[in-house]
Ligand binder design. Structure first.
Ligand SMILES: C[S@@+](CC[C@H](N)C(=O)[O-])C[C@H]1O[C@@H](n2cnc3c(N)ncnc32)[C@H](O)[C@@H]1O
Length: 257
C-alpha cells in the first residue's frame, strides 16, 4: 500500500505551489545550527515526497539522502534534482523498515506531517527506533506532526479546492472522516483534471493520517531513546502552541543506544 500514486504525484507540486518550502528549509537549518551538538552535515530525510525541502537544504551545504516509499513521488524528485544538478541521493525506503547502510547521520528529518502515515503504536515505535539506529550519538530528529487539538475541534468534513493549469483546471475534493479511538483522519481525495476541450479524467485515493498531542509524542520519543528538545508552533520561532496550531515541528535528540 502506497500513497501519492501515478498522476496524484504529478499534481503534488501544483497543490503545494504556495507552500513556503524555502523558508521552512531555512527554519530547519536554523534549528540545526542552534540545537546540534557538533556539526550537522549528513542528513537523512524520511518521506521526502517530491524533494523540495531536500533540494532547498542542500544549498546550505548538507549532504542528503532523501527517501520515500512512493516511486512516483521519487520520480518527480529526481526530475527536479536533475534540472538543478543536485547531488541529493533520492532513494526508495519505507520508513517502517528503514535500512540505509551509509550511516550514521547527524540529522534525520520527516516533514509535512508525514509521520502521521504511521497509524499504530507498534509501527510508530518501529519508525522511531529505526531513526534512532541511523543517527549518531546526540544526533537530532526534526519532524512535523498533525496536532490533535484543532483536528478534533474544527476539521473540515468536506473541502473543495481548484487550481488553474496550462491545460485547464484541477479540482480536488477532500472528504475527511475521523476515527476517534485510533486518532486517525481518513481523507478521500477525488481529483478531476478538467481540460479546455471539455474532456476530463479523475482519480481517487484515500490516505490515513494520525494526529497526536504534544505530551503523547514526548512519551513516544522517550520510549524510543530520544529527548524532546523543542516544540514549535509550525515553522515559527516565537509563537505559542494553541488550540489553532495544526502543525507542530519537533526537535528531539538521540540519547543513548
Ligand atoms: C504529505 S507528503 C509530504 C512530502 C514531503 N515531506 C513534503 O514536505 O512535501 C507525505 C509523503 O509521505 C510518504 N510516505 C507515507 N508513508 C510512508 C512510509 N511508510 N515510508 C516512506 N514514505 C512514506 C508519501 O509517499 C508522501 O510522499
Amino acid at each position: 500500500m502506497s500513497s501519492y500514486i501515478g498522476r496524484h504525484a504529478e499534481f503534488y507540486d501544483v497543490f503545494y505551489a504556495d507552500k513556503p518550502y524555502t523558508e521552512e528549509a531555512a527554519f530547519v537549518h536554523r534549528c540545526l545550527q542552534q540545537y546540534s551538538v557538533g556539526t550537522a552535515r549528513r542528513l537523512l530525510e524520511l518521506a521526502c515526497g517530491t524533494g523540495t525541502h531536500a533540494l532547498a537544504l542542500e544549498k546550505f551545504g548538507y549532504e542528503i539522502v532523501a527517501t520515500d516509499y512512493s516511486e512516483d513521488m521519487l520520480a518527480c524528485a529526481r526530475r527536479k534534482a536533475a534540472e538543478v544538478s543536485s547531488s541529493v541521493d533520492f532513494r526508495w525506503q519505507d520508513m517502517r523498515t528503514l535500512d540505509i547502510s551509509e550511516g550514521p547521520f547527524d540529522v534525520a528529518m520527516c516533514l509535512f506531517d508525514s509521520i502521521g502515515y504511521i497509524e499504530t503504536n507498534e509501527t510508530l515505535m518501529q519508525v522511531l527506533r529505526g531513526v534512532h539506529h541511523h543517527l549518531r550519538p546526540d544526533g537530532l530528529f526534526v519532524f512535523e506532526f498533525w496536532h490533535a487539538t484543532p483536528m478534533l475541534r474544527s476539521y473540515d468534513p468536506v473541502r473543495v479546492r481548484r487550481w488553474s493549469t496550462p491545460e485547464g483546471e484541477l479540482v480536488r475534493i477532500s472528504e475527511t472522516e475521523l476515527d476517534y479511538a485510533k486518532q486517525l483522519a481518513r481523507v478521500t481525495y477525488t481529483i478531476y483534471e478538467l481540460r479546455r476541450d471539455g474532456t476530463y479524467t479523475s482519480l481517487k485515493e484515500t490516505q490515513t493520517n494520525r494526529y497526536f498531542l504534544v505530551q503523547e509524542m514526548a512519551g513516544w520519543l522517550s520510549t524510543c531513546g530520544f529527548t524532546p528538545v523543542k516544540w514549535f508552533a509550525g515553522f515559527a520561532l516565537d509563537e505559542n502552541i494553541t488550540e489553532r496550531t495544526w502543525h507542530i515541528v519537533a526537535v528531539a535528540r538521540k540519547c543513548g543506544e
